[in-house]
Design a protein around this ligand. Structure first.
Ligand code: ZN
Length: 382
């Protein structure tokens, strides 16, 4: 195992345009979260560090989107974008409370996908060692012909298909609280992409999938790994599961690129979910992913879910600092005034939970790990 890069060329692929749209007035996904994050990164001095640069995202072309989505679905999204209601949109998952319709939806989603493609291209071309596109990743539930769970066009699938077409093997690690079902589906029959998703079990949370038994099909058998965890899992237990599965599988797969989805809806204050991670627990995961990435030499990172504005701003600022190997101060800088009640990057530890609940969580998660050991590890000779 090598050490982390000393001064990795680190790209933050972001433009304020990515934080300007709103899906609907009451929608829990508030893209303004990215503007708060960006302000915090700036106030922390992170954007003026020598090895951090901020290239603008490009827009994804229709041809690129259609590598992973059916033409008639893409056309419906385009029609909605230009004029509101389109006949038959319901069968494509559009016009729901999760995926409301609005003008400009095609263009803003294509820019979001483009931000992930820009990050991928910077890394695969060697212009960056690590590139972070925080607007990406939130589309991880989008299916080839269906919008789902706030996702329209699956940027991660589109970007990784392009990498595979270029002859690269990719390990995809999804640490969002929800199962990365759309990304799993996009590569389910492929042995060129290893997908690992660690999430709150579908027994309790949308999308209701992501069980250990979903291991891939055909050539892809064994290349889809799921780590479903019990609600209220805290930092220590989450990391015990991560350590048991993620590093050994990634090292055995020997990818050319590490691609990580860094959803922060695992946070204990997140309003939609039930895992109980802190920002420091999240950042420790980013550091562990960074250690794996340094061995591989190429790291693409995208954002994901995250519905508590303070947790998003702090966690993704901490993530970019970890990527760039930059030491943040403990305290949130006084210049940052976009959000109130933020004093430190790290959280106070959450209230301890009763031993009997801890035992239940432990028992559920131990079963998950035992199942992964018997179903997936033998494929990799572990
Ligand atoms: Zn999520």
């Amino acid at each position: 195992m090598t050490q982390y890069w000393i001064q990795p060329k680190t790209a933050l692929v972001y433009d304020d345009e990515l934080s300007q749209y709103q899906l609907s007035p009451e929608h829990p996904l508030r893209p303004i979260r990215l503007q708060h994050m960006h302000e915090l990164m700036r106030a922390s001095g992170l954007l003026s560090v020598e090895n951090v640069f901020s290239p603008a995202p490009r827009t994804a072309s229709k041809r690129e989107i259609e590598t992973s989505h059916d033409h008639d679905y893409v056309s419906i999204v385009e029609a909605i974008s230009n004029g509101g209601i389109a006949p038959g949109m319901g069968e494509f998952g559009l016009g729901t409370s999760d995926n409301p319709i609005r003008s400009g939806i095609y263009e803003t989603t294509a820019l979001c996908v483009g931000s992930t493609l820009t990050a991928s291209e910077l890394v695969t071309s060697g212009k960056a060692d690590v590139a972070f596109a925080p607007a990406g990743g939130v589309h991880h539930h989008a299916m080839p012909r269906r919008a789902a769970g706030f996702g329209i066009f699956n940027d991660a699938v589109i970007a990784m298909k392009a990498m595979v077409a270029a002859g690269l093997r990719v390990a995809y690690i999804d640490i969002d609280c929800h199962h990365g079902d759309g990304v799993q589906m996009g590569h389910y029959d492929s042995d060129q992409v290893l997908t690992i998703s660690i999430h709150e079990s579908g027994q309790w949370l949308f999308p209701g999938t992501g069980y250990v038994q979903e291991i891939g099909v055909g050539d892809g058998t064994g290349y889809s790994a799921n780590i479903p965890l019990a609600p209220y899992t805290q930092d220590d237990q989450w990391h015990a599961a991560f350590d048991e599965v993620v590093p050994p599988l990634v090292r055995a797969f020997k990818p050319d690129v590490l691609f990580t989805q860094l959803g922060i809806d695992t946070h204990f204050q997140d309003p939609l979910t039930h895992l109980s991670l802190t920002t420091q627990g999240f950042n420790l995961a980013v550091k562990k992913l960074g250690t794996l990435a340094a061995d591989i030499g190429k790291w693409v990172a995208v954002g994901g879910g995250g519905y508590d504005l303070s947790a998003v701003a702090r966690s993704w600022t901490m993530a970019l600092a970890s990527m760039a190997n930059f030491e943040l101060p403990d305290d949130v800088p006084a210049e940052f005034t976009s959000l109130s009640n933020m004093t430190t990057f790290a959280d106070m530890p959450p209230t301890p939970i009763e031993q009997r609940y801890l035992d239940e969580i432990q028992s559920h998660n131990t079963q998950t790990l035992n199942d992964i050991r018997s179903l997936i590890f033998p494929k990799f000779g572990i």
